[in-house]
Design a protein around this ligand. Structure first.
Ligand code: ADP
Ligand code: MG
Length: 347
């Protein structure tokens, strides 16, 4: 496995800039999720890495090898990159083993070597018992695993997955997420996994690149994205909570800083001396009978074991999660506990 590197990569179609100056390095053996709303350029980035399109600017490398640049273009079949799509694209007239063997057949690998590699790919994807079946005899999740096995059998330097679970129902999606994570642990594959589902990205990936309108807005570990978002878009797109305006009301220290928001002085975490916004995660908003802030409950939703409460303060709408149900219209006393303060670059 090798690292996959995008340097200042751009892609323009007539009238649209699909990708704008993308810099990203996916480490060897790293599992990276590319997360963003529909139309932000995720599929385009994968297609450039796979070689189905050429970038209009920048360079893509796999390890030391330049795959695409102003002067070079390696065709898809010579890139040593595997790709798995949302639609499985299996050959219906071939068995599972036949489908998985196909990429080897194309390369002229036959006999014992082919049999060994097919058996290994089936084993890795939990399909050893299904080699003789036809795609029509499999569930959606099994078909997606056949597509993954077919991609792996070629022993690619990196694996690209474009919303591979989008067609599956919720329960199957959860078990396939487990399967992908286990698969990644066993193979140490370099993986770039596209999804528009933030839960999936946070659950699966070592690091997540959050995209918007052709740019990467933040590329960090899931915990960092959640706890320290760099802008209002990331704060709102990843994780629950509210983003509200604030201004500094004290100097930046090691512990953070004091900000003014919600008509209060609030101790916040931060690394910018002049923050413009606060990210209030549900756990930063603590119901407390002695708390300094009052808010009215405007929505209550049961989320299994707990209740998600939407709260209206004088000026802002915020969110908390509580073990206790609250009544609509009820007044709650609150305390704000160390929210993240940041300067929104778009402000
Ligand atoms: P995502 O996968 O994040 O939903 P895409 O990469 O498919 O987004 O698309 C990014 C943008 O590029 C969109 O505005 C889309 O309409 C545009 N786009 C993608 N492919 C083409 C193409 N072949 N021709 C013109 N525009 C395209
Ligand atoms: Mg897409």
């Amino acid at each position: 496995m090798a690292e996959l590197i995008f340097s200042r990569v751009s892609k323009r179609f007539e009238g649209t800039t699909a990708l704008n100056d993308i810099d990203a390095r996916i480490g060897s053996g790293e599992f990276v999720a590319l997360l963003g709303p529909s139309g932000c350029g995720k599929t385009t980035l994968l297609r450039l890495a796979a070689g189905f399109e050429a970038p209009t600017g920048g360079e893509i490398r796999l390890g030391q090898r330049v795959l695409a640049s102003a002067t070079a273009f390696v065709p898809p079949e010579d890139r040593n990159i595997g790709i798995v799509f949302q639609s499985y694209a299996l050959w219906p007239h071939m068995t599972v083993a036949g489908n998985v063997a196909f990429p080897l057949e194309v390369r002229g690998i036959s006999g014992a070597e082919r049999a060994r590699r097919v058996a290994e790919a089936l084993e890795l994807t939990g399909l050893s018992a299904y080699g003789a079946r036809f795609p029509a005899q499999l569930s959606g999740g099994q078909r997606q695993r056949v597509a993954l096995a077919r991609c792996l059998v070629a022993e690619p330097g990196a694996v690209l997955l474009d919303e591979p679970l989008a067609n599956l129902d919720l329960a199957l999606r959860a078990s396939m997420q487990e399967a992908f994570a286990a698969f990644h642990r066993r193979t140490g594959a370099t993986m770039l996994y596209v999804t528009h589902d933030q839960t999936e990205a946070l659950a699966l990936a070592d690091r997540v690149a959050v995209m918007r309108e052709g740019r990467i807005r933040q590329f960090d570990a899931p915990e960092t994205l959640y706890a320290r978002p760099r802008d209002c878009f990331v704060a709102g797109f990843v994780g629950d909570g509210a983003v509200i305006g604030c201004r500094a009301a004290g100097p930046l220290t090691r512990a953070g800083l004091v900000v003014e928001a919600l008509g209060q002085r609030i101790e916040a975490r931060g690394d910018d001396p002049a923050p413009t916004h606060l990210c209030l995660r549900p756990e930063d908003v603590v119901p407390d009978p002695d708390g300094p802030l009052t808010a009215r409950v405007s929505a209550v939703r049961y989320i299994g074991g707990r209740f998600r409460l939407v709260l209206e303060t004088e000026a802002e709408t915020i969110v908390t999660v509580s073990p206790q149900r609250a009544a609509l219209g009820e007044l709650l006393r609150l305390r704000i506990r160390h929210p993240w303060a940041f300067r929104n670059p778009d402000a």
